[in-house]
Ligand binder design. Structure first.
Ligand SMILES: [Zn+2]
Length: 431
């Protein structure tokens, strides 16, 4: 089906988006036919040891259709989206006409980055509805220890076979729901950065994805039952969330302060040589925290604004708080700090109106957001993630440093809610 058929809101022409999306039982069997429409052989098929097994049926049919015209690269199940891995795939992909990504988050990101750099098209055969990056125009990559995003070209087509999605490990599907849970909070953050720092903003990305996300939140109980209908709804929502980022021109509609918390957890895990947890599982729990923080911030009618500290003092704090990651974090934090005085002046003047508009976003309470996580059996506590209370406190206080993107985490400092109320916020979030 055409991408437009996934949502009622018209998607304006002119965006770099997948032309076709197949979400149905048996969609994987169309792999050969769809690949021949969009990719010129020879092809590189990229998967990992787990996703390759998940897509055995479709791959068998594909290999018959493309006999002798493809080669394969199977990464380890622990591969990360980082510069060395992308470079390895690009070397393997020398002289190819296109890439076929068989996998979910990591494989899709690596294939998208490599295809963009090689200047060839790619297709995504998704093996789990575990994140919203299939259709997006960005790749989340770790570069010198910093989690950042790169612009990249979306796939020409996406195939999400609901039979494969139903068979995927439940934790992956639950993570997909967690990644989408952030939408109401991240949309508010996006509007906030538009107001305070003039970031480009439009209501269209939110409209494109809203109905699909509301549907899967209402159907969350179907996730542990592996209901094909719930998986189809989830698949539609993760694709449209990716589309919303393309239409926005950035990840902002789907990535606010809760994503910064999740990214900092990843950065610290990588720096310590620990395995990464599922992105969406972290985002779900982090969204409960930022939801609680929003409730606090929006309860303040007459704030006592806290003037920005001198950059030297901030740099010293960052050195102490981020340890080995401080050098990669400092440039982002410094850029953000440059506008701190101007921001505060604006906030002082406009707080009443900003507060009122943020209230009108109707950001759900932690309890309301927890409900679909509970119904889906998805992680909703720090303990389930293996994050200690102290680590969560540290991350809540320092995640704002890692990206030059204004979010609630910055606002909370400027209104004096953080750092002092961090413990209360964690308590109120119920994580
Ligand atoms: Zn995400």
């Amino acid at each position: 089906m055409l991408l437009q058929d996934l949502c009622a809101t018209p998607i304006p022409p002119g965006f770099s988006l997948p032309e076709e999306v197949f979400i149905h039982p048996g969609a994987g069997d169309r792999l050969g036919e769809v690949a021949s429409r969009y990719l010129n052989p020879p092809l590189l098929v990229l998967s990992d040891e787990n996703t390759r097994k998940a897509a055995l049926g479709p791959m068998e049919k594909f290999s018959r259709a493309f006999s002798g015209q493809w080669r394969e690269m199977v990464l380890s199940g622990h591969a990360h989206t980082d510069d060395p891995t992308i470079a390895e795939v690009m070397t393997e992909g020398g002289g190819i006409g296109g890439i076929l990504a068989v996998g979910s988050g990591t494989i899709n990101d690596i294939a998208k980055a490599a295809a963009t750099r090689l200047g060839v098209p790619y297709l995504a055969l998704g093996t789990a509805a575990s994140m919203n990056g299939y259709a997006s125009g960005i790749v989340a990559v770790t570069s010198n220890g910093l989690k950042t995003t790169l612009a990249a070209t979306p796939p020409r087509a996406i195939l999400l076979d609901t039979e494969i999605l139903c068979a995927a490990p439940l934790a992956l599907t639950q993570a997909g729901l967690g990644d989408l849970l952030s939408k109401p909070v991240s949309l508010a953050d996006w509007w906030l950065s538009h107001q305070v720092e003039g970031a480009a903003y439009s209501e269209l990305p939110g409209r494109i994805v809203s109905e699909a996300i509301d549907s899967i939140l209402a159907e969350a109980a179907g996730i542990p039952a592996r209901s094909p209908s719930a998986l189809e709804t989830l698949a539609r929502a993760v694709v449209l969330s990716g589309v919303s980022m393309v239409v926005a021109g950035s990840s902002s509609p789907a990535s606010g302060g809760e994503h910064l918390i999740s990214h900092l957890w990843d950065m610290r895990a990588l720096a310590a040589g620990r395995p990464l947890r599922l992105h969406g599982a972290q985002v779900g729990v982090a969204t409960l925290i930022t939801s609680a923080l929003y409730q606090r911030v929006l309860s303040i009618r007459s704030p006592e604004f806290v003037p920005p500290r001198l950059w030297e003092a901030e740099a010293e704090r960052i050195g102490a708080e981020h340890g080995p990651l401080a050098a990669t974090v400092l440039p982002e934090a410094e850029q953000k700090h440059r506008l701190a005085a101007k921001r505060l002046e604006f906030l002082r003047r406009e707080w009443a109106g900003i507060r009122e508009r943020l209230v009108s976003f109707g950001i759900p309470s932690p309890d309301r957001l927890r409900k679909p996580l509970l119904e889906a059996g998805a992680p909703h506590t720090l303990a389930e993630l293996g994050v200690s209370r102290e680590e969560a406190r540290q991350t809540l206080l320092n995640a704002r440093d890692i990206r030059n993107r204004y979010t609630l985490l910055d606002l909370a400092y400027e209104l004096g809610v953080l750092p002092d109320s961090a413990d209360e916020v964690l308590e109120e979030s119920g994580v």
